[in-house]
Unconditional design. Structure first.
Length: 190
C-alpha cells in the first residue's frame, strides 16, 4: 500500500476551508456587482425617458405646456416611439402606463420627474417618482417594490382624474404639482 495516491483527510479539509473563505469573499461582491448593474440599467432607461420627453415637448406643438405650478404627464407608451425602452433589468417588461414623466413649471423653468415601473413575476419594481436631476445620485436602496398603482390607461380624462385625486409625491415626499395636472398623453401618435 505504499503506492496509494490521493489526498489525505487533512488536505481535503484544508482545501474545503480555502474554498469556503473564497466563497465568503466573492459571493457578496458578485451580488453587489449585479445589483449595481440593475440600478445602472434602470437609471439609464429613466434618463432616456426624460430626454425623450424633452425632445417631444420641444418638437410637438400639440403638447400642452404647463403654466406655473401645473403639471403634464407623458406615459412611456407615448414617449417610446422606437420601443427601445421595453425590458427592465430583472427580465420583466416596463408598464407603459404606470411608467411616466411628469413635467411642471416653477417660475420660468421646467422640472422633470420620472417614474419607471418594471413588471416581473415577483411584482412591480422600479423608481416610484424621482426628480430627474437626482437620478445620478440614486443608490440601490432607491429601487423598491412599487405598491401604489395609479391604474392609468389610454383614457385621458379618466387617467387625468385619477392622477389629480392621487396627488403624486416624489420618493422624498415632495408634492410635485401644487396646482393641478392639466394634460395626460398616453398613446403614440402615428
Amino acid at each position: 500500500m505504499k503506492n496509494c495516491k490521493g489526498f489525505t483527510l487533512v488536505e481535503l479539509l484544508a482545501m474545503l476551508t480555502v474554498l469556503g473563505i473564497l466563497m465568503v469573499i466573492t459571493v457578496p461582491n458578485i451580488t453587489g456587482i449585479l445589483s449595481n448593474n440593475r440600478l445602472n440599467v434602470i437609471k439609464a432607461d429613466a434618463n432616456a425617458m426624460v430626454e425623450k420627453a424633452k425632445m417631444k415637448i420641444a418638437k410637438d406643438n400639440t403638447i400642452t405646456k404647463p403654466k406655473a405650478n401645473e403639471c403634464v404627464v407623458l406615459t412611456l407608451d407615448y414617449l417610446n416611439d422606437n420601443d427601445d425602452i421595453k425590458t427592465g433589468p430583472n427580465g420583466g417588461l416596463y408598464n407603459v402606463y404606470e411608467s411616466f414623466v411628469i413635467f411642471t413649471r416653477t417660475g420660468n423653468q421646467y422640472k422633470y420627474y420620472v417614474r419607471l415601473v418594471e413588471e416581473t413575476e415577483e411584482g412591480w419594481f422600479g423608481f416610484n417618482i424621482v426628480d430627474s436631476s437626482t437620478l445620478s445620485n440614486l443608490g440601490n436602496d432607491s429601487l423598491e417594490p412599487i405598491t401604489n398603482r395609479f391604474e392609468l390607461s389610454k383614457n385621458q380624462n379618466e387617467s387625468l382624474t385619477k392622477i389629480n385625486s392621487y396627488k403624486p409625491k416624489t420618493n422624498t415626499g415632495e408634492n410635485i404639482c401644487s396646482s393641478r395636472y392639466i394634460a395626460y398623453y398616453a398613446i403614440k401618435r402615428p
